[in-house]
Design a protein around this ligand. Sequence first.
Ligand SMILES: NC(=O)c1ccc[n+]([C@@H]2O[C@H](COP(=O)([O-])OP(=O)(O)OC[C@H]3O[C@@H](n4cnc5c(N)ncnc54)[C@H](O)[C@@H]3O)[C@@H](O)[C@H]2O)c1
Ligand SMILES: O=P(O)(O)OC[C@H](O)CO
Length: 335
Amino acid sequence: MNNKKKTIAVVGGGSWATANVKILTDNHTDKEIFWWMRSESAVQHLQKFKHNPNYLSSVEIGVPAQNISTDLKRIISEAEFVLLNVPAAFLKEALKGISPADLADKKIVSAIKGIVPDENLIIGEFLNQHYDVPFDHFIVISGPCHAEEVALEKLSYLTIASRDHELAAEFAGMFNTRYIKTIVSDDIYGTEYGAVLKNIFAIASGICHGIGYGDNFQAVLIANAIRELKRFVDAVHPINRDIMESAYLGDLLVTAYSQFSRNRTFGNMIGKGYTVTSAQLEMNMIAEGYYAVNCLQQVNKQYKVSMPICDAVYAILYQKRAPAQEMKHLAEHLS
Ligand SMILES: NC(=O)c1ccc[n+]([C@@H]2O[C@H](COP(=O)([O-])OP(=O)(O)OC[C@H]3O[C@@H](n4cnc5c(N)ncnc54)[C@H](O)[C@@H]3O)[C@@H](O)[C@H]2O)c1
Ligand SMILES: O=P(O)(O)OC[C@H](O)CO
């Protein structure tokens, strides 16, 4: 394992980027952190007051002022590891000034739980096809972990997945803290798609709650959701995986039940009758599952997996079907 000082560029200015900066700072590995975000006013606020003005503003930031910038090319050029936290829907836009040469020889870590719209690619595939990032240089961070609980230093577990076990272990070493434990995996496809799907299922859970279904129904919905998740990831990347592990079932449970879940909150508003636009405006946060369910419909044309929960969410969000009617129809197909 490589013991020299690590350099890492954190890309994104939202809750998860802020939480990851905190974890990296609290971890004791010798490292220098660089941080990019698109908002100049947020950068200036961070440099002056050492807090992100827009997300997790209680977290004190220890990154030196000169290492925080809106110049993505410079921030990336400084680092060996690049940690992406931009919602998938905005990733293309965020990387538009970046060329494959800028990412050559970097280790790219995705903390994103989404699919790139139009391309319909998960992040590892997108970086490989558009930026020549080899899969051996690619790492995924996932698992049941909300940024808000990181800010509170509540004990959490993250799964670090890479085809290169040593690389995953090296990165996990940069993430372990008193309140973060890491699990190493080699299942990048299952980990990425599992995280994408759990967001869609959390929207379904929120919609059902908003309509008025109770805990008894929610339990059945989630039991069906984990089977739907398994069917899909096994079809896309059939390896021997235990779907009960934290990266799959754990992440589904936290997002479907937590008060901090963006996707559940968004779904709840839809169930209560908000339009998609008004729910999005109300939140100031991104529900990845909204974008993902549209992409997934396209991806699943190839695999033809039976996905009744995803189909119901798609029908409500993109075909303007009435939530109560659609969920009643779904309920007849659950077991
Ligand atoms: N929040 C969490 O607890 C958590 C945990 C694990 C993974 N993630 C993943 O991290 C990624 C980032 O999510 P988050 O929770 O930090 O987001 P967030 O909801 O906290 O913040 C929204 C982010 O989106 C950016 N954004 C909004 N509109 C934009 C636009 N038009 N163009 C470019 N950027 C725009 C904002 O600047 C901000 O960085 C997502 O893929 C999410 O699934 C989040
Ligand atoms: O759990 P949510 O709905 O806040 O989703 C955001 C991230 O995907 C966290 O896993």
